[in-house]
Design a protein around this ligand. Structure first.
Ligand SMILES: *[C@@H]1O[C@H](CO)[C@@H](O)[C@H](O)[C@H]1NC(C)=O
Ligand SMILES: *[C@@H]1O[C@H](CO)[C@@H](O)[C@H](O)[C@H]1NC(C)=O
Ligand SMILES: *[C@@H]1O[C@H](CO)[C@@H](O)[C@H](O)[C@H]1NC(C)=O
Ligand SMILES: *[C@@H]1O[C@H](CO)[C@@H](O)[C@H](O)[C@H]1NC(C)=O
Ligand SMILES: *[C@@H]1O[C@H](CO)[C@@H](O)[C@H](O)[C@H]1NC(C)=O
Length: 179
């Protein structure tokens, strides 16, 4: 079981590693105010307690996502990869299949913290989501402790844990303006 608790140094190395993976090394010198790791847990589309719905489905006879489809998610954010680990918030957002090759989508969402150190605060993000490759998305704002936030939200490729569940490690690299 992986738990949160990595040092700032480890987090920074992890971030640099991700930047190398996505070829975005221009961010490497930035300094971040908060590094917030979390696990997004999902009950998959079509299962009994799904945390995902397909609100627009232009291809009802296909089991694959299709260009133009829209998915809405309300996943739990937890401290670990164990589906019973402590909940610290929700990831609430949309995926729009805006890529005709279907391997990536336009995504927007909020990380809404309801427990832990950041209870009551939120992070807003926007960008390209690639479920199989992992993604780096832009943090475009926030509330509470994350007011006026910028930075990057980095996620690992998703891990399927059962026919009905999956998770992914997400790390928010948050930069706040000088106060
Ligand atoms: C779905 O939710 C119901 C009601 O909370 C619960 O009894 C059931 O075990 C859940 N099913 C799964 C697969 O988690
Ligand atoms: C989906 O399948 C049904 C039943 O086979 C068929 O009547 C319908 O035309 C199909 N719809 C599309 C969009 O292909
Ligand atoms: C989570 O908790 C439930 C109820 O206590 C238990 O049945 C289930 O096996 C647990 N799941 C894991 C992965 O530990
Ligand atoms: C989409 O991703 C799958 C799985 O990684 C890969 O096999 C396929 O070649 C990719 N397709 C495109 C168009 O990139
Ligand atoms: C989060 O904050 C709310 C509002 O202050 C409080 O009611 C709630 O108990 C807190 N939750 C946790 C898990 O600390």
């Amino acid at each position: 079981m992986a738990m949160i608790g990595s040092s700032c140094f480890t987090s920074r190395l992890l971030f640099l590693f991700h930047l190398l993976l996505v070829g975005a090394s221009a961010f490497a010198d930035d300094d971040f105010t908060f590094v917030v790791p979390m696990y997004s847990h999902e009950f998959r589309l079509g299962t009994s307690n799904a945390t995902v719905v397909e609100s627009v489905n232009l291809y009802p006879n296909s089991t694959l996502p299709g260009f133009g489809n829209i998915i809405v998610l309300d996943n739990s954010l937890r401290v670990g990869d164990d589906p019973n680990s402590t909940v610290i918030g929700r990831f609430q957002g949309v995926l729009v299949f805006a890529d005709m090759s279907i391997n990536s989508s336009l995504s927007a969402g909020n990380l809404v913290f309801t427990g832990g150190e950041y209870n009551g605060s939120s992070i807003a993000f926007f960008g390209v989501f690639q479920s199989f490759a992992g993604s780096v998305r832009s943090i475009i704002g926030g509330t509470g402790r994350f007011g006026l936030a910028t930075g990057y939200l980095v996620n690992e490729p998703i891990v399927y844990t059962s026919p009905t569940t999956l998770y992914s490690l997400w790390t928010a690299y948050v930069k706040l303006p000088p106060r």
